[in-house]
Every structure is written in structure tokens, then in C-alpha cells.
Design a protein around this ligand. Structure first.
Ligand code: DAH
Length: 353
């Protein structure tokens, strides 16, 4: 085959191979196949050494031209492939229109997030650690470890969603107590460092929903365990903490309340924020608002967490974050909080960030 024929054949072969290629990576292989050290074009150049001087000159030029041509053809094809790919991408994603101007509304935090962060800040400043805890827990964590054995009537009020493996969606943040005691008991016993922890979280209950009941809501549990912790500590602490949260001096009162994991157990009320305690429709004219159940941790609960109740005592409280957010932002219907309706949620927090 003459040199001219070989050049023509090589070009035809390149065209045929290019037309079969659909991927950019294959093109790079093709480039090596033709222009690499052992490539077809390079082989042609090597063949020049067998020709006469005259032929060397003419064919040398032709092969050099061919080299440029092959490279150009490959580049050209590459650009065509990239364009086709981009077009395909744009056509297959009609919802994402890059030419639409950015939304100028920046969004805002959920009222519960704002209240939760505020509480976390206050508790941290008082030496509490903030714990993260799962939403799916065992029956032991949610009930048994909290002195609520199977068939205890207290379980009726906390029906929830059970999974096939026997676990459940937690009904109360108290479910984290046992794990917290296990986690920090060594520190308490060996170093004499009291356990001070809060654990905010989402809770679930089988609930008929109305303006004040939801199947999903938020609580923030808190515990403090150490030597000689008593009810005065609990009252002082709750008063200080709530005055911080509401940014004013808060009066509190305790009423007896029953919760199997505390003894004694209390309902903590604060003086009504709207009327200041005189009595108004918001507080049913009583001057008080029910805010936070609490109590001295039941000896059995401490024991279950590996802490000797003869030596250590502690208090626990379950702050209703959802309730707190509703009070703080004047939200009348709890269902607004889970609605995902940004217009409804934005109005409470005024786009606060
Ligand atoms: N877990 C209780 C509930 O959801 C609230 C509660 C009551 C928590 C008393 C506490 C407590 O820590 O001491 O009904």
C-alpha cells in the first residue's frame, strides 16, 4: 500500500471509529491509539525512514498535516459530545431552571428550634451538657427503666407507635435517663462530679389531634444527680432557669403530681405571663400556668442506672418545648407547628435567624 493510500485509509478508519464513540473517556483512548508513542500516525512517521529523501520530504509533510488533522477531529468530536451531554441534562431536569432568579426570601428557623437553642444556651451556661438521643428506643428505656412495668396504668396515657422489632417511637424524653446515668455514673462515683444533663427531643404519642394535642411534639428533659441534692435545689434551679427563658422574674409553685419515675413528683406552675398573676382568660383566672412536671428521681430509677440511691439523690424535669414555644410566640394551635406551612410559621418568628 502506498503512503497516500495508508493516509486515506487511516482517515477513513478514524471517521468510522469516531462515529461509534459516545463517551468522552473513549475519545481519550482513541487519541492514544492514533497519536500516542505506538499510535497509528506515529507508526506512519516511523515508516518514513524506508523512503527516498525526496519521498521523505513530501510524505513527512503529509503525515505531519495528518497529525494535526487527527488531533483536531478528536477535539471537535469531544466538544460535540459535551454539548450533547449538557443538552440531555437540561432536557431531563425541567424542574430546575438555572435561569430563574434566586428567591429573595431567606427562610427562618422553626419556633421550636429557636426556643430549644435558647434553652440549650441557658443550661450550658449553668454547667449542663446537652445530649443527643434517638427517637426510636426500647420498651426498657421508655418504660421499665423508669419504674413503669408492663401493665402499669401509666402506659395507657403513653400509647405510641410500635415497630415490628418491638422498639417504639419514644413517648417522653425521660426515656434517655437510663442511658445518661450509665454514661456518667463513673464520673459521679469516681470524681464526685454531679451529673448535669439535658436532652431535648421529639416525642410521639397516639393522640387525637386538636388545638392543644399533637401526635408529635418536643420536650426537653433535664436531670441533676449528686450528693445531697434536694427539693430546694430543684425549686431554686427551676426558678432561675425559667426567669432566664422568659427574661423576667418568674414566680413558681409546686403542686403534687404523679409520675412513676419521681418521688415526690410535682407539677410546676409559673405565674401567668399575661396578667402577672391577677387572673385572666389565658390562665383560667387562676393566675397560674402549668409548665413543667418535675420531681426527685425515684430510687429505683437511679438504681436501674447503676447509681446507689442511698448515696446519691437527684431531680428531674420534663420541660414541654412545644408548649414553651406556643407561650413565647402566642401560637394558638399546636398543629401549625407541624404543618410545614412556611407562611404560618414565619409570622411567629418574623424571619428571626
Ligand atoms: N416524661 C413526663 C411526661 O412526658 C414528664 C416528666 C414528669 C418528666 C416528671 C420528668 C419528671 O423528668 O420528673 O409526661
Amino acid at each position: 500500500m502506498s503512503m497516500d493510500e495508508r493516509i486515506a485509509e487511516l482517515k477513513a478508519r478514524l471517521d468510522a471509529e469516531l462515529s461509534r464513540i459516545t463517551e468522552g473517556a473513549d475519545l481519550e483512548n482513541l487519541r492514544v491509539e492514533y497519536l500516542g508513542k505506538k499510535g497509528s500516525v506515529t507508526e506512519l512517521l516511523k515508516g518514513l525512514k524506508d523512503l527516498s529523501n525526496e519521498e521523505k520530504k513530501t510524505f513527512g509533510q503529509k503525515v505531519n498535516l495528518l497529525k494535526g488533522e487527527v488531533s483536531d477531529r478528536i477535539d471537535e468530536y469531544k466538544a460535540r459530545l459535551a454539548k450533547a451531554e449538557l443538552e440531555k441534562e437540561l432536557n431531563s431536569a425541567p424542574e430546575f431552571d438555572m435561569s430563574v432568579p434566586a428567591d429573595t426570601q431567606r427562610g427562618s428557623y422553626h419556633p421550636i428550634t429557636l426556643v430549644q437553642r435558647e434553652c440549650e444556651r441557658i443550661f450550658k451556661s449553668m454547667g449542663f451538657t446537652v445530649e443527643d438521643y434517638s427517637e426510636i428506643v426500647s420498651e426498657y428505656e421508655c418504660f421499665e427503666s423508669l419504674n413503669i412495668p408492663k401493665h402499669h396504668p401509666a402506659r395507657d396515657m403513653q400509647d405510641t407507635y410500635y415497630l415490628e422489632n418491638g422498639q417504639l417511637l419514644k413517648t417522653q424524653t425521660s426515656a434517655a435517663q437510663n442511658r445518661i446515668y450509665s454514661k456518667y455514673k463513673a464520673q459521679l462515683i469516681n470524681e464526685g462530679k454531679p451529673i448535669k444533663a439535658i436532652f431535648p427531643g421529639r416525642c410521639f404519642r397516639n393522640e387525637s389531634t386538636d388545638a392543644t394535642h399533637e401526635n408529635t411534639f418536643f420536650q426537653m428533659e433535664g436531670v441533676m444527680v449528686g450528693k445531697d441534692i434536694n427539693i430546694s435545689n430543684l425549686i431554686f434551679f427551676m426558678k432561675t432557669m425559667l426567669s432566664e427563658v422568659f427574661q423576667r422574674d418568674i414566680k413558681v409553685r409546686l403542686r403534687p403530681g404523679f409520675f412513676p419515675f419521681v418521688e415526690p413528683g410535682f407539677e410546676l406552675d409559673i405565674n401567668c405571663l399575661i396578667c402577672g398573676g391577677v387572673g385572666c382568660p389565658s390562665c383560667n383566672r387562676s393566675g397560674w400556668l402549668e409548665l413543667c412536671p418535675c420531681g426527685m428521681i425515684h430510687p429505683r430509677v437511679l438504681e436501674e442506672g447503676g447509681i446507689d440511691p442511698e448515696e446519691y439523690t437527684g431531680y428531674a424535669f420534663g420541660l414541654g418545648l412545644t408548649r414553651l414555644a406556643m407561650m413565647k410566640y402566642g401560637i394558638k394551635d399546636i398543629r401549625d407547628l407541624n404543618s410545614g406551612n412556611l407562611k404560618a410559621l414565619d409570622q411567629f418568628t418574623d424571619g428571626e435567624e
